[in-house]
Design a protein around this ligand. Structure first.
Ligand code: ZN
Length: 327
């Protein structure tokens, strides 16, 4: 995980955009006098109005903390979910893994990182002090200088953002020309709030959301059979007419256990070009147009999209993706 000194050159004041200075161990400040606390080496960089908006939507993030907690029971739940859960994560196009190799050594940003561990040149940003987070801040007011990153990822985050276009505009601001954005978003999935869940996007909607970028590849991360079995479980759960979590878990799990082999049909069904019409989740890899405004180094030297189009399954298998789609 990078130290705060290593992060300072790419950090920017979320209030005025100017650069930040380390002022002792417990705070950092900008040229204009805006001050921000540093807790356990992690800078907390909220613009005050944005912080109020986040508190309105998410409270003090304790519900998210609960979802992310690493208790033994939570781990067992997670293992059972993966084994007999309704959702099957499909193989992603090898160009996505190839992109990660291209930007190796450059700064990358993970928005809504939760517990994902930060690599040496990775900024893990989230709205609370979760396990792997090294900068606390808002996706809609990113506390970074323009054109700081070569790769930005957001996995199952956009649906929880009240104004997703704000966050996308911020992602494009802090991305270098020629840099990449990889995003995943649910399509046919149940409402899942921690404590808010604002929208779903279709394949076309996801492309439209990143209309300022060149699409490298998009596809299905979780297919129609996953969507169907999960919705049957959720449908059965409604019949408990109860808010008791243990009861709902049991009622939802029974159909999921009975139907769990269905999800493997997605390996076949995903070949249908219309599979996206009722899939569970989508992904998009896109690239910011290369319109350099100065001579700063960017991905100019990286292969073009045409070169990227040459599939390389070795790269894919050696660089597994993090799994964080809801199930
Ligand atoms: Zn400032």
């Amino acid at each position: 995980m990078p130290s705060i000194e290593a992060l300072l050159p790419i950090l920017a004041c979320p209030c005025c955009g100017s650069s930040l200075l380390n002022d002792g161990e417990s705070q950092i400040l900008c040229d204009q006098g805006h001050e921000f606390p540093v807790v356990n080496g992690v800078p907390i960089l909220f613009e005050p109005e944005e912080r109020e908006s986040i508190e309105r939507d998410y409270g003090d993030a304790t519900q998210m903390q609960g979802e992310y907690r690493k208790s033994a029971l939570a781990r067992v739940r997670s293992l059972v979910k993966r084994a007999v859960g309704s959702s099957l994560r499909l193989p992603i196009d090898p160009r996505v893994a190839r992109t990660y190799e291209l930007v190796d050594g450059d700064w990358r940003l993970e928005i809504g990182s939760g517990l994902v561990e930060a690599g040496p040149k990775t900024v893990n940003l989230d709205i609370g002090m979760f396990g792997g987070v090294n900068v606390v801040g808002s996706g809609c007011r990113l506390p970074f200088a323009d054109e700081s990153f070569s790769l930005i990822r957001s996995l199952a985050v956009l649906e929880h953002i009240r104004e997703p276009q704000k966050m996308i505009a911020e992602m494009l601001r802090v991305l270098k020309p020629g840099g990449y954005i990889y995003t995943e978003i649910p399509f046919l999935q149940h409402f899942h709030a921690y404590p808010n869940d604002f929208q779903r996007l279709t394949k076309q909607g996801l492309r439209q959301a990143f209309a300022g970028c060149e699409v490298v590849v998009d596809g299905i991360v979780s297919g129609p059979s996953s969507a169907l079995t999960a919705l049957i479980g959720d449908y059965c759960e409604l019949w408990t007419f109860s808010d008791r979590r243990w009861l709902n878990d049991i009622v939802r799990t029974i159909p999921l256990v009975l139907l769990w082999p269905l999800k493997f049909l997605d390996h076949v069904l995903v070949r249908n070009r219309r599979a996206h019409e009722i899939c569970s989740g989508l992904y998009l890899l896109c690239r910011k147009p290369n319109t350099p405004v100065d001579n700063r180094p960017s991905l100019d030297a990286a292969p073009s999209i045409a070169e990227l189009s040459t599939d390389n399954s070795d790269v894919s298998s050696s660089t597994p993706l993090d799994v964080r789609i809801h199930s």
